[in-house]
Every structure is written in structure tokens, then in C-alpha cells.
Design a protein around this ligand. Structure first.
Ligand code: GLA
Length: 394
């Protein structure tokens, strides 16, 4: 069992007290996520179906009377910045997510007060479970409350996405920040990434969700992620010569793409094919989930994985091995990679009581190319970000 959200917040508060010698004023926490289906669709104005998980990052903060942000003293992450000079680090550091959020909050016009900050959490880094969004959201919620600002959640999610663009160099979509902000326990979220309209879809009883981390880590920044985004934009530019008024792949149907595919070079055509068919799968998956049709849902998960592997080319042998091992196991509805890919994690949806068998099979059958071991566990679906005032001694 993963420690509760409350105990993660308590750890951040205790570490804060230990290192700063006083109680923090505010503690916020925000979860990581899995994406059930809808990969690489968010930055194409499409649909996604993520869920917040029971792994979170907590940020405890208290005001200082100078203009410094002082973070995690006495740990390997020890860092300190002047709020008057916040820039992305040259080497890309975990602190970029915090300083990025602080900088963008200030960019709205109100200077922030200096703050002591202690971050504690259990979202594994580099596992494709959005540890960065969890850190951004927990930071934003904590600093907003500490400074008495009023910013609606959707705007907070957008601000955190912007921090990731500007301070971490990843031109990510809105999915991770949005679900970390607004997830709901035992529900997935169907999000329209164009209008940001969303709907919480209950996860039917009698299923278990297994997460399997390949242990293969690949930084997203400056790499293939941004390149995929470019390839999608190229597709839109070319297709718009025949489809007047389209602004994103969201506007293109599988049939239209089929008719016009001759206009595109093979790589761009495959990228577009994935996005256009994936959007369609998300809409059908959300319907299947609502109807409790889990075998249909599972089939769409496998289709999604295949499309990501063949057309979008963001899977890797380790993720494919996990999906194959899951498909051979009893009681499995479906499995697929989750998140950006290039390593990271896969998810598997099983009937109640079958997760243990899947975990045993993955532990026995998985081996990374470079000897990586899988980290496999059952995950539950949790709420989005929260913040509270801390009562000293409570
Ligand atoms: C990363 C990004 C998201 C999304 C996924 C792929 O997690 O942060 O915005 O694009 O990859 O679906």
C-alpha cells in the first residue's frame, strides 16, 4: 500500500520543522497521473482520459522576510534563489519546476514574499507518471495560498504548463497539469484539450490498475517529444491546403486523413494517423467505461499501444515486452504504455483479484536491455491537488 496523501504531507511538514526550526504556514500536495488512453493528443487539441494516482508530491512553505526562496536545506536538493532573479538553470534541475512556477506567478503582477520551502514526495521521477506536474501543482497551490492570491484551478494548471515550457524546455500539452490539479478519487477524466471542458468518468467497481515502470529513463526535454509536436504541425500545415479552416489534427477525421494521405511524407503521415485514430479511440473508450464495457475498453488500450509503437514510434522494446506479458496473463482487459513514452511506465487493467498474478508474471518475465528491473505495483485513483493552512503542533 502506498502511504496516504495525509502522511506524505506530514512528512513534508516534519522535514520543514526539522530544517527551518519552525512550523510551515501552508502545505499543499498534488498527485502524479496515469493516462488510461489518449496519448500525444493533448497538444493536438484532442481528447485524453487520464486519472490522478495515489503517489504525490507535498510542498510545505512559510514566509521569510527577505526575497529568497530557500529549498530543502540539508538535503541533496538544497537550493536558494532571489525572487528578483528567477531563470531556468543551465543544466536543467528539479528546482526549475519550482522557480518556473514562482516566476510565472510573479509575472501576473504581484511580487511574491520570500519563502522557506520543503518538498517531499513519492512520485517516481522519470517513470512517465508526471512527477514534474505534481511538483509544479503542489508548488503553485502552496505559493498561491501563502501569498493570499486568488487564481482559479484551470488557470493554475495552465500556468504550470507554461512553467514547464519556459523553465524545463518541454513543449508539453495540458493533460498532466490539468489532471494533477482537478483529478477525482475513483474517476478518470475525459478532457477536451481544446475547450478544456471536462467530465469525471467513474472507474467501474471490480477492476485493478497495475503500473509497471520499465526503469528505462529518457529525458523529454529537447528530444523527440518536441520533434513529434513539430511533425504534427507540419501535417496540419499541409492538410490545411485541402481542408479549409483546420487548425489542429483534432479537426481531421480518420476518413479525411485516409483520402489525403498522399500529400504527406511517410513519417508525417504515420504521426498524423496515430493522433487522428487515437482521438477517436478516446471518445469510444470513455463511452465503454461509462457503459462498464471493459473488454471493449481493454481492446482500445491494446490498439492505442500498437499505434504508438508503429505510427508514433514512441514505445521501446521494454514497454512492448510488458504489454505482451500482460496480454498473456489471466484476467487482463488491456495494457498499454502511458505518458510520453521513450521508456517510463506501462499500465494494465485487470479484473479484481488478477493483479497479483500479473505482477508475478511481470517480475519474473521482465528484463530491460541494460539489466533494468521492473517496478510493478497496484495503483489506486486519487483526488487532485489540495492545500491547507498548518496549525502548529497539530
Ligand atoms: C507528456 C506531456 C503531456 C502529453 C503526454 C503524451 O506526459 O507532458 O502533455 O503530451 O506526454 O500524451
Amino acid at each position: 500500500m502506498s502511504p496516504s496523501r495525509h502522511s506524505i504531507e506530514q512528512e513534508a511538514v516534519s522535514a520543514y520543522v526539522k530544517h527551518f526550526g519552525a512550523s510551515p504556514q501552508v502545505v499543499a500536495s498534488a498527485p502524479g497521473r496515469v493516462n488510461l488512453i489518449g496519448e500525444h493528443t493533448d497538444y493536438n487539441d484532442g481528447f485524453v482520459l487520464p486519472a490522478a494516482i495515489d503517489r504525490a508530491t507535498a510542498v510545505a512553505v512559510g514566509a521569510r522576510d527577505d526575497d529568497r526562496l530557500v529549498m530543502n536545506p540539508g538535503s541533496a536538493q538544497d537550493a536558494s534563489f532571489s525572487l528578483a532573479r528567477l531563470y531556468p538553470s543551465e543544466q536543467r534541475a528539479w528546482t526549475d519546476y519550482l522557480t518556473g512556477v514562482a516566476s510565472l506567478l510573479q509575472g501576473r503582477g504581484t511580487p511574491l514574499c520570500g519563502a522557506n520551502v520543503y518538498v517531499y514526495g513519492n512520485v517516481p521521477r522519470g517513470a512517465g507518471l508526471s512527477s514534474s506536474a505534481a511538483l509544479e501543482l503542489a508548488t503553485a497551490f502552496a505559493l498561491i495560498e501563502l501569498n493570499g492570491l486568488a487564481i482559479p484551478p484551470v488557470e493554475t494548471a495552465r500556468l504550470c504548463q507554461q512553467a514547464e515550457h519556459e523553465f524545463a524546455g518541454v513543449k508539453c500539452g495540458i493533460m498532466d497539469q490539468f489532471i494533477s490539479c482537478l483529478g477525482r478519487k475513483n474517476h478518470a477524466m475525459l478532457l477536451d484539450c481544446r475547450s478544456l471542458a471536462y467530465e469525471h468518468v467513474p472507474i467501474p467497481a471490480g477492476v485493478e490498475l497495475v503500473v509497471c515502470d520499465t526503469g528505462v529513463k529518457r529525458a523529454l526535454a529537447g528530444s523527440e517529444y518536441n520533434q513529434r509536436r513539430e511533425e504534427c504541425n507540419t501535417g496540419v500545415r499541409i492538410l490545411s491546403s485541402k481542408l479549409a479552416g483546420i487548425t489542429a489534427l483534432r479537426d481531421v477525421s480518420p476518413a479525411q486523413l485516409h483520402d489525403l494521405q498522399g500529400l504527406l511524407d511517410p513519417v508525417v503521415r504515420r504521426r498524423c494517423m496515430h493522433v487522428v485514430t487515437e482521438n477517436d479511440r478516446v471518445v469510444r473508450s470513455a463511452r465503454a467505461l461509462r457503459e462498464g464495457n471493459l473488454s471493449e475498453f481493454g481492446k482500445l488500450m491494446y490498439d492505442s499501444h500498437l499505434s504508438l509503437r508503429r505510427d508514433y514510434e514512441v514505445s521501446c522494446p521494454e514497454l512492448d515486452l510488458i504489454v505482451d506479458l500482460c496480454a498473456e496473463s489471466d484476467g487482463v482487459y488491456g495494457a498499454r504504455m502511458t505518458g510520453a513514452g521513450f521508456g517510463g511506465s506501462a499500465i494494465c487493467l485487470t479484473k479484481q483479484g488478477f493483479a497479483e498474478g500479473v505482477i508475478a508474471r511481470l517480475n519474473a518475465g521482465y528484463h530491460g536491455k541494460n539489466g533494468e528491473k521492473a517496478s510493478v505495483y497496484v495503483c489506486s485513483i486519487d483526488d487532485g491537488a489540495t492545500v491547507k493552512r498548518v496549525t502548529p503542533g497539530a
